[in-house]
Design a protein around this ligand. Structure first.
Ligand SMILES: Nc1ncnc2c1ncn2[C@@H]1O[C@H](COP(=O)(O)OP(=O)(O)OP(=O)(O)O)[C@@H](O)[C@H]1O
Length: 265
């Protein structure tokens, strides 16, 4: 599985993340294809956020990571220069949609200046008021001009998260990490944001790592599901014939607790 493949955004085998001698991830293999929505599920503390931080290249300093083979965007992450490349890609080829929409914005600066600044660095042709207002309309903001002139606190959580989805998806990032991106939102807004996110991911052929406890959403949107338990990858599920068919007891249990359709035992 560790072979380099131009269809893959990430291929890693034997990923271990250690805190001292305690593994937070223990010899895990992941393959995230280009254009794929790859969900990561598992109970609290199973290592989902650790995986997202690792992929961002932002593990806490007290943690140590090692792997057998690791290809990121087809480049082998070994030898010389790989860590500088990773640093350079963070925020450009790899982006994060945070759990709390409030975390994505500076609280004292208007949305307009933050969006223009972001695009001026990452996608200069979009750094234009009129183009951004059109994008705001496209992502379903009911009053794009008011949102443009607002400070972050005067927008709802759902409105802020829509803008963060827009920034990630229009920044040209190829790998997008979304760590429980809708957990701070009500169910209807959450569903709308996930529809928007998955629609844009498919349209723009980006790879999305979608970390979530909401198995109903995961089952609807994901192409692949990695199931973690206490740092071990217990199962990787692929979507076949509109159903998910977990084989391990642990994954079955997670699916049964949520008892969402369509699931065939
Ligand atoms: N910097 C760190 N140092 C030591 N242990 C850590 C560190 N960061 C996380 N952990 C531990 O690693 C384990 C996995 O944490 P992680 O946040 O990845 O889990 P998670 O699956 O994302 O959980 P949740 O669903 O609750 O967000 C937990 O036991 C956590 O306490």
């Amino acid at each position: 599985m560790a072979a380099r493949n131009s269809e893959d955004a990430v291929v890693i085998t034997g990923l271990t993340v250690l805190s001292g001698s305690t593994p937070l991830l223990d010899r895990c293999d992941f393959r995230i294809r280009k254009g794929e929505i790859h969900a990561v599920i598992g109970e609290s503390g199973s290592g989902k956020t650790t995986l997202a931080n690792f992929l961002l290249g932002l593990l806490d300093r007290n943690l140590e990571s090692r792997w057998e083979d690791f290809f990121l965007f087809g480049e082998k992450m070994q030898g010389s220069g790989w860590s500088e490349k990773w640093k350079e890609w963070r925020g450009k080829r790899i982006s994060l949609i945070p759990q709390s929409p409030a975390l994505g914005f500076h609280p004292y600066r208007k949305i307009s200046s933050q969006v223009l600044e972001y695009f001026s660095v990452l996608q200069p042709e979009l750094s234009d008021r009129q183009i951004c207002l059109e994008l705001f309309e496209k992502i379903g903001l009911s009053d794009p001009k008011s949102a443009w002139d607002a400070h972050p606190h005067s927008l709802s959580g759902g409105e802020r998260q829509r803008i963060l989805v827009l920034l990630s998806l229009y920044s040209n990032a190829e790998l997008i990490l979304a760590d429980e991106p809708t957990s701070a939102l009500d169910p209807i807004t959450s569903r709308e944001i996930l529809d928007l996110l998955s629609g844009l991911v498919r349209q723009k052929e980006r790879s999305l790592v979608f970390i979530s406890h909401d198995l109903g959403s995961v089952s609807n949107f994901a192409d692949t599901i990695s199931v973690l338990k206490r740092g071990r990858l217990v199962e990787t599920l692929s979507h076949s014939f509109s159903t998910w068919a977990p084989k391990t007891d642990y994954a079955r249990k997670l699916f049964e607790i949520d008892s969402f359709p369509p699931y065939f035992a």
